[in-house]
Design a protein around this ligand. Structure first.
Ligand code: HSE
Length: 411
């Protein structure tokens, strides 16, 4: 019999218990033995719950039980998830997690400890929920030099942007709707400020490029300032607005960015709507690949975690990993990249309007005192200088345009 424990009996932990129970026959057929959920660590009161007998409040019960071979960490946050994960690994138990914050910040340490202990640290569910992306990237695409990864990796913000486009909802109404449906994290700022996407992008960058990338080094912008007017101008011009995590290789390293982008309606990521996620990986041999599915939710996330159980049991000591910390120059600042940008100005003077049109490649709207344009490609500093030069007509909105394959750092 294989005995396992779950840390945290919330949405994700509850999903893992459900998959273990509902798909027990399938797992038994795979392993030729039962998978038994022995403990669930949670400090809340589950009196009367069908699983009440399995609830424990002291992690050391799990740590010290030699019968437990695999621990599902579904607590979220860094502490005490980090301490518990390290303790479980050092007690020779494989750890499976959906915790992107922990993996993004401490994945390197946890993988190294798992290698030393001869167990697995697995985190398929940390990016893209139920979408297979971690093992495809680290195994199936391992024969490639990855040139870029681009994705919609946050279901909450994608739901909000989709609601704004389809129903003309304001940002705050769409956010309230997402919260009412339980999509947003406990603190929605991690979703709407791009932090959640940034952590996921860093995990994928780690796997794709071989170094742990510190989320603090990534230019990260969220969607709080996106308005109905932005969405409508984008749509009229043949674009949608999506919160993208993007990282691409350069001659001497990589350049990551998380930000809302205008993306052509014809681009495959534009069709990823609602809470779905979509992640594209480009490799120098395979070309373009695309992974799509449920990026969050109890059952999809648990599907990935129980998939990791199979991986942990069938290949118990071959950790996926990145071994070194990135050298300083390796992660480059996306501010050096030249982007075209959508910009909207309200009531510019005649002189300001002339300056704006001089710097524009296209005019999207010029009526009722509003001028919306696509600015010529500029790096961040050039753009700031330009916008400052035409003050006080500072734009209502400035949003980068995503053009696959056209980001060349300015040397
Ligand atoms: N808050 C996250 C999302 C959950 O909306 O995608 C899954 O990581």
């Amino acid at each position: 019999m294989i005995q396992v424990a779950i840390l945290g009996f919330g949405v994700v932990g509850g999903g893992v218990a459900k998959v273990l129970e509902e798909n027990a026959a399938l797992l038994r057929a795979r392993f030729q033995t039962d998978v038994s959920l022995k403990y669930i660590l949670d400090i809340r009161d589950f009196t009367g719950h069908a699983m009440a007998q399995r609830i424990v409040r002291d992690f050391s019960t799990i740590e010290k039980d030699p019968e437990i071979s695999v621990v599902f960490e579904a607590m979220g946050g860094v502490h005490p998830a980090l301490e518990y994960s390290l303790a479980a690994i050092r007690a020779h138990k494989s750890v499976i997690t959906s915790n992107k914050e922990l993996v993004a910040h401490h994945g390197q340490l946890l993988l190294r400890e798992a290698a030393t202990a001869g167990v697995r640290y697995l985190f398929e569910a940390s990016v893209g929920g139920g979408i297979p992306i971690i093992r495809p990237l680290s195994d199936c695409l391992a024969a490639n030099r990855v040139t870029s990864v681009t994705g919609i990796m946050n279901g909450t913000t994608n739901y909000i942007l989709t609601q704004m486009e389809k129903n003309g909802a304001s940002f705050s109404d769409a956010l309230s709707d997402a919260q009412a449906r339980g999509y947003a994290e406990r603190d929605p700022s991690a979703d709407i400020d791009g932090v959640d996407t940034c952590r996921k992008l860093c995990i994928l960058a780690d796997l794709a490029f071989g170094y742990q990338v510190d989320p603090a080094r990534v230019l990260c912008e969220g969607i709080r300032r996106i308005t109905e007017q932005d969405i409508s101008d984008a749509s009229d011009a043949g674009y949608r607005i999506k919160l993208l995590g993007h990282v691409r290789e350069t001659a001497s390293g990589i350049v990551p960015i998380v930000a809302p982008f205008f993306i052509k309606k014809t681009h495959i990521l534009s069709g990823v709507s609602g809470v779905f996620n979509g992640i594209g990986v480009v490799g120098n041999m395979v070309g373009e690949t695309m992974f799509f599915g449920h990026g969050a939710g109890s059952a999809p996330t648990a599907s990935a975690m129980v998939g990791d159980l199979i991986e942990a049991l069938e290949r118990p000591s071959t950790p996926v990993g990145w071994s070194d910390t990135a050298p300083d120059h390796f992660v480059q600042d996306a501010k050096t990249l030249a982007f075209s940008r959508y910009a909207r100005f309200v009531s510019p003077t005649k002189a300001q309007k002339e300056a704006i049109l001089d710097a524009a490649d296209a005019v999207l709207r010029d009526k009722d005192g509003t001028l919306s344009v696509i600015l010529k490609p500029m790096d961040a500093q050039t753009c700031e200088v330009f916008l400052a030069s035409i003050m006080p007509a500072s734009p209502e909105s400035v949003i980068r345009i995503f053009v696959p394959g056209e980001y060349v750092p300015e040397e």
